[in-house]
Design a protein around this ligand. Structure first.
Ligand SMILES: [Zn+2]
Length: 442
């Protein structure tokens, strides 16, 4: 039997290209490959079907994305998002045994999160596994039977130091309390790292598209990387090769779900140039740090503060596109202007934004949030996504004017004019054309 490419379904692997890496290519690694385009490649005998949205994790079924035991697999894709490619390099180079299983001793969460009612709602969380941090606990019997089930969420504790908050302390806006802010200015946080696990019917419904269309686009736009998206419509869960989410929690975790205690939230999409390197073309780092300060204030008022950090660089268009857009903006006739801010992005990327905030509130539902007292964001897309998902937002907090870098006026005025939340007046087209940024000669 042959698949659509005409290749034999059990093609022989060629000889290893580098005989010095013998240990990698013998023993554990299978001697032949079976193309994943074959419908019976895996999972037809899957012992654990996934029933997304079941309250009991055993009933729901474990996410088994192992590549070492194909018969156990019940999902498309594999662990670690894009880092799976580095794992492949490690295997190819002989520094990682392909059959390695993680030793999960002492890796359990530092604080408990959930389970909440939202975990048992198939529509509330569709883009990751709510039980992802509890794998070694809830699937212990299966792990003992040698099933390769891996956590997709990890929760740890850290002290963080942010220079801007040291000034907030020295200026008296934040007090050292010894618990949330340690002497010397360290902030004490619990933080969770979350890998994407998509329930495809849920993701399609959230985006308002047909599941088949979604599968086809995912297959096509990844260069055919995951044939099972097309050949295995019965397998509903996909671990996409994308970046994940980090959640920073300040204050008492129990306050997150207590309606009598205040909650501050900022949802931040990655902007490496500003967040890490202080680029002044946008407001990302100043707004992020303002969000952290607001979280500290709320935590110190017996509440909790949450920063959610999404790896969606440059509105999920990627940094290469972003830098191309910067050049296009700054070299266009009339210079970098607020009235042309979104146009230049669309010219290069084909779309202004690919973040799809519709999937974003999942993380808030995982945390059990039903009400946000202070939402540190001006984005109408984020606000609408959260409110439409059933979470109430009491107050929206715009970035203070004095935190906006001069070159970022173009961005902020363009966004306000496009519907971002502001307490000030937005500019008309003539006014927007007057807001200009630096050019590339400076
Ligand atoms: Zn930015």
């Amino acid at each position: 039997m042959k698949d659509s490419t005409g290749l034999s379904l059990a093609a022989k692997l060629p000889s290893p290209p580098n005989a010095t890496h013998k240990s990698t290519f013998t023993g554990v690694r299978p001697r032949h490959i079976v193309l994943t385009s074959h419908p019976n490649r895996f999972g037809s005998q899957a012992a654990f079907p996934i029933r997304w949205g079941q309250a009991d994790p055993i009933e729901r079924g474990p996410i088994i994305a192992t590549v070492t035991d194909p018969a156990h697999r019940n999902v498309i894709g594999t662990h670690s998002g894009s880092y799976a490619v580095y794992r492949a390099l490690a295997v190819a180079s002989g520094v990682l045994q392909p059959g390695h299983r993680p030793d999960l001793t002492n890796t359990s969460p530092t604080v408990p999160i959930g389970p909440y009612r939202s975990w048992a709602d198939p529509d509330k969380i569709v883009s990751f596994d709510p039980f992802g941090a509890l794998v070694s606990e809830v699937y212990k019997p299966l792990l003992k039977k040698n099933y390769d089930i891996r956590p997709t969420i990890a929760i740890t504790k850290a002290h963080i130091q942010i220079p801007e908050l040291q000034s907030a302390i020295s200026q008296g806006r934040i007090q050292e309390d010894g618990v949330i802010v340690k002497p010397g200015g360290d902030l004490v946080v619990n933080k969770a790292a979350i890998e994407p696990v998509w329930h495809l019917p849920g993701v399609a419904a959230r985006l308002g598209v047909d599941e088949g269309e979604l599968r086809y686009a995912l297959f096509e736009q990844t260069g055919g990387m995951f044939p099972e998206l097309i050949t295995r419509p019965d397998i509903k869960v996909f671990l996409p090769p994308i970046g994940g989410i980090t959640v920073y929690i300040l204050g008492d975790v129990a306050a997150i779900t207590d309606p009598l205690r205040p909650l501050t939230v900022r949802v931040h999409d990655e902007c490496n140039g500003s967040d890490v390197f202080g680029s002044d073309i946008c407001t990302c780092r100043p707004y992020l740090v303002h969000g952290v300060e607001a979280c500290v204030e709320t935590a110190q008022a017996s509440g909790a503060g949450i920063i959610v950090y999404f790896r969606k660089e440059g509105r999920a268009l990627g940094e290469v596109t972003k830098f191309l857009v910067y050049n296009a903006r700054k070299r266009q006739q009339g210079g970098d202007r607020a009235d042309a801010y979104f146009n230049r992005t669309e010219c290069v990327a084909g779309a202004q934004d690919m973040r799809f905030q519709e999937l974003m509130p999942d993380v808030l539902h995982w945390l059990g949030i039903t009400q946000i007292d202070r939402f540190i964001s001006m984005s109408d897309m984020k606000y609408n996504a959260i409110v439409n998902s059933g979470i109430e937002i009491i107050e929206r907090v715009p970035i203070p004017e004095d935190l906006i870098p001069a070159d970022a006026k173009v961005e902020i005025e363009a966004k306000k004019a496009a519907g971002y939340y502001t307490e000030r007046q937005t500019l008309n087209p003539d006014g927007l054309a007057q807001v200009k940024g630096r050019d590339l000669t400076d």
